[in-house]
Design a protein around this ligand. Structure first.
Ligand code: ADP
Ligand code: MG
Length: 247
């Protein structure tokens, strides 16, 4: 059996508008994969498909050769954690409560046990957000909110982490802290990270492979070296490479 996450003949439409078409792609377990491409190129659609949020993915995406449609909701919740592009949690919940809601897979945070609370606190601490634990989400800055949203995903300790632009709003310190931590998680081979990211110099320091999207198509799969040498990123982003990769 081939392990990992496989995509075959995935076609997503919004109404009659094609948003994404992929004939075949494979994601190995334990890799740290960056999803790159211009605005509107299909990155978020791709991540939502892998997260099992789009009907078109039910047959086209498989986990360890099992199509998504064969996975129960409980199996999906155990396998993957997804960071949406913009978090829409209740602004009245505190940071810790927000982390705990996700951990109990939709159940009310009041039912979180001691272990979940410890996990939640550890995840917040990892993002230097321990001191935010009791603050209502609605009172946090965008960067603080983003760190709580990430802590919520990490606290679940799922094998697959699907992160839609996780470095958004983070200052440089937290960008490096987060990507360094994700690299550690994948280094053990137990966890896989798939993340959309726009900062190519930053991404090229941490990610091993790059899926480059343009106009709803996966146009190139690149290693770090290929990313820096290929003419394709410059073509897709319509910017010369020295500006794309400017330090
Ligand atoms: P990216 O994340 O790369 O910026 P998306 O995957 O969000 O791109 O979007 C791909 C394309 O699909 C874009 O043209 C976008 O406008 C369109 N799109 C995304 N979501 C919807 C939706 N819910 N309804 C209609 N069009 C959508
Ligand atoms: Mg997006």
């Amino acid at each position: 059996m081939k392990s990992g996450y496989h995509i075959k003949n995935l076609a997503v439409y919004y109404g009659s508008k094609p948003a994404l078409a992929i004939s075949e792609a494979h994601i190995e377990k334990g890799e740290m994969l960056a999803i790159i491409g211009p605005n509107g190129s299909g990155k978020s659609t791709f991540l939502a498909a892998i997260a099992g949020l789009l009907p078109a993915a039910e047959e086209a995406v498989s986990f360890d050769e099992r199509p998504l449609k064969e996975l129960t909701l409980a199996e999906r919740a155990k396998e993957l954690a997804y960071l949406p592009p913009a978090d829409e949690t209740d602004p009245n919940f505190t940071a810790l409560e927000t982390v705990l809601i996700a951990q109990t897979a939709g159940a009310h945070f009041a039912f979180a046990g001691r272990e979940e609370i410890e996990n939640g606190k550890k995840a917040l601490a990892l993002l230097s957000a321990a001191e935010l634990a009791d603050r209502p989400i609605g009172t946090l800055s965008s960067g603080e909110k983003q760190r709580v949203a990430i802590a919520r995903v990490l606290a679940r300790k799922c094998p697959l982490l699907i992160l839609d632009e996780p470095t958004n709003y983070l200052d440089p310190l937290y960008q490096h802290l987060l990507l360094g931590h994700l690299k550690e998680l994948t280094a053990g081979g137990e966890q896989t990270v798939i993340a959309a990211i726009h900062d190519l110099p930053l991404a090229s320091r941490y990610f091993e492979r790059f899926f480059l999207f343009n106009h709803g198509e996966l146009i190139a799969i690149l290693t770090r070296d290929e990313l820096l040498e290929s003419p394709l990123p410059a073509t897709c982003f319509k910017l010369p490479a020295d500006m794309l990769f400017a330090k």
